[in-house]
Design a protein around this ligand. Structure first.
Ligand SMILES: N[C@@H](CCC(=O)N[C@@H](CS)C(=O)NCC(=O)O)C(=O)O
Length: 193
């Protein structure tokens, strides 16, 4: 059994959970809740950067960050399932992943402004700059019929609320939306047949 160090609201952790489900590997992974803000959490030993997600393999070795974990899961599932092997398709997929990760980073930087700095020190220019990246680049790739059904949920995506509130509560709302709307298996069937 592999162990995924993650936390329910973590977008990068959810990315790994979705990949595992798409690849049919979710039953081989136990999720161990992690608090990256807790200095005594073992994540800081497992990943010297103290970041989640981190995937602990059966032999005790630790993989991070999420692109590395996805690459490993794809390999473990037989290869070229979510990351193509043909060079053009492969580098297009990896670049798309990098873009999506960048959007998540821009979301997190807005959240961290609220989490780590007192309200009077929030730098609006910085937060707006990150929000621009999210607003400009946020999109979903997939078959039209699947997207149609998710459109309504995307409209409800609370990124703007995160921007407005910088609070854990908004993040919890994001998590709630995710739990109520994401159907891993359904998505898996559409994307992988
Ligand atoms: N590039 C990393 C980003 C991971 C990341 O930023 N994780 C956040 C939670 S979603 C985290 O651990 N933050 C705590 C920290 O930065 O110390 C990946 O793709 O896994």
């Amino acid at each position: 059994m592999m162990i995924l160090r993650s936390s329910p609201p973590s977008p990068f952790g959810r990315k790994v959970k979705i990949a595992a489900a798409l690849l049919g590997l979710d039953k081989e992974i136990t999720i161990e809740k992690t608090d990256t803000t807790d200095a005594s959490d073992t994540i800081r030993k497992q990943n010297p950067l103290g970041k989640i997600p981190a995937l602990i393999l059966e032999d005790g070795s630790v993989l991070h960050d999420s692109p590395v974990i996805l690459d490993y899961l794809d390999h473990r599932a037989g290869g070229a399932k979510i990351i193509p092997s043909e060079p053009n398709a492969r580098y297009a997929a990896l670049t798309l992943q990098s873009l999506c990760d960048g959007v998540l980073d821009a979301c997190l930087l807005q959240v961290y402004e609220g989490r780590w700095r007192p309200a009077e020190k929030h730098e609006k220019k910085w937060v707006d700059y990150q929000a621009e990246k999210v607003n400009a680049k946020f999109f979903i790739v997939g078959p039209a019929d699947v997207l149609k059904r998710y459109e309504r949920e995307v409209e409800k995506a609370p990124f703007r609320r995160i921007k407005a509130k910088y609070s854990f509560r908004s993040y919890d709302e994001l998590q709630e939306m995710f739990e109520s709307t994401t159907r891993y298996r359904e998505v898996s069937d559409h994307f992988l047949g």
